[in-house]
Design a protein around this ligand. Sequence first.
Ligand code: SF4
Length: 711
Amino acid sequence: MKVVIAQDIGFCLGVRQAVETVERTLNEGPWPVQVLGSLIHNHQVIRSLETRGVRMIREPGEAESGTLVLPSHGSPPDTGSGMGRLGVKVIDATCPLVARAQAAARRLDEAGYQVVLVGDRGHAEVVAIAAWTGGRAVVVRDESEVPQVPGTGPVGIVAQTTQRSEVVEGVARRLGEAGREVKVEDTLCPITRRRQQEAGELAKKVDLVLVVGGRDSANTRRLVEVVRETGVPAHAIETASDLDPRWLDGVDRVGVTAGASTPDWAIEEVLGRMRQIEEAAENQAGKEAGELQATSGEREQSDQPPAAEHEPSGSEAVPMFDRGQFVQGRVMAIDGTDVLIDVGGKSEGVITSSELAGRPIADPSSIVNVGDLIAVVVLGTDEKDGTLHLSKRLADVELAWQRLESAFQQGGIIEAPVTAQVKGGLVTDVGVRGFIPSSQVALSFVRDLKPYVGRTLQLKLLELDRAERRVILSARAVLEEEQARRDAEVWGKLREGEIVPGTVKRLTDFGAFVDIGGVDGLLHVSELSWQRVVHPRDVVQEGQEVKCKILRLDPERKRISLGLKQLEGDPWQDVEQRYPVGSIVEGSVVSLASFGAFVQLEQGVEGLVHLSELSDRRVERADQVVAMGDRLRVKVLKVNRAQKRLSLSRKEADQEIERAALRKYMAQQKQTERVTLGEVFGDLFNGREGAKADGGEPASPADTPQDPERD
Ligand code: SF4
């Protein structure tokens, strides 16, 4: 199989500049180094930068103080402005050719043209260019979408830098045919154009073309399109493992080209894999030929003894390791900042300090010890002495993803430290960077997340997308599960009527929530005391330990009704005996209502004196004749123990008292004719009603005539 490799291959100008910017910043700081969105469209490169400590963030607001690098495919204007005040140094790594397209779009828009942007709707570069026109640009994929361009005035065409020139020309032609004045700005990337032309030429010389590039890479997709249009099959592959050996079956000449964001080593890996596939095919062919020969020899020389299947080698074979291979090795020695590893079969490797962990390590023994068995990834082999270059850092990242994937599939719980607070949540280290949205930090919303930094949390994975490096976790999910488990346990033990200890957790206007051993019950304000309670704080305080009675359990709605007053004697228990109908009793005015006054006879027992029962004369409002705290004599008219209601009458009590006084007078009259009416009724004439009408003080209860029946 002959392999023809395109001449112009590897990182383009813009991608190289962006990657070098990040690498330089990784060395120089300020740290941490953060990239907004995808720096370039190649997952392998992004993953490699990430394992070296680069943080990929989605929004500028997620940036911590350090450096924020804007991606090569550009950003909307003003992205990152004002970040300096937050201690964030912003470096714009927009490719100069993309910046040229943005400027052209803005110029056309400002000159009054309807900007038509030819490109992939939703692609980050296209979104950013459109933003430079204030969002007024119309995005069209190709000429078929020209009818969507509004208006009849002049149009200015700009294109996504990786677009094919034929597509842009088609759009311009259709707009011209529609009678529009058309101005075309050449925003196509010359590097991309050259590679597309070369891919077309390459296709003429081979039977198959492999295009190595990121799955999200627009220019990789276009290279595939260019080749396929020539009638030659083409496959896009991101890594060597994407290469299907069947594609190479019976193929004599294979062309290899690559997208603009494909690193050289990714291309080399694909070429190495092709060699492996070819060798395997040759071995298989040789084996089949040998078997055929052996079979025929067997037939011809069946009297000969069988030959040994394998010749002993006489020495232990030295294993070959592929770049990217995952192997186990034992730490043999720590030499300064390097760690020497025995990977078996007389092979030795070295891990340099930068490959030990995802952060700078001064002392390797803080990570590994001599004798440790560790997983490493083979980076390559020293051509001079055959030493393997190994990476523990990459192996750790791979293992972390494997652990995360397994935890995600099984719904397992992960323990991880919180490393930082960012806008909208917390950052955690789960081997790779994880994000906990603020709504997922605790059972209820947490306003101040700072105290969580440095703590280790138990977490469940909500989302896991390795390609997008998206790891979203929740501490709340773990807490909810714990709570559900605790609830089930506690609910299994609770019984209505039981007296349980609890702690007041929270007060509201309608009651107090009490934790009774892991679940909360509601102590309604009406169940706090037999007395009227205005607010729960009048009876209990947050944090107070109380004993409550379980009044009702509602397992379906998970509601527990508690009572506190039930632990005291019910004053309504024998209320009919203590306050029989017709008796005259004394109480205090505790509440005034539009329909009368409430009079408390004892703690927890109140009755209503209706407006019509307050006085002999017509009363509009209770406060015309009584005030809060007044002591009154009232007659019990009605008792309803079930509804805890007493009907009282001050009017009838006064009449009774009057009649009693009269009876007393009549009795005294018989004894002495010298007693005057004024002496007998003096108290009555100077009583409350008269005093209120005069604006004076009410008469004291001591001056009020006593109820002879009560006496
Ligand atoms: S393909 Fe061209 S426009 Fe895109 S980043 Fe590379 S050099 Fe810049």
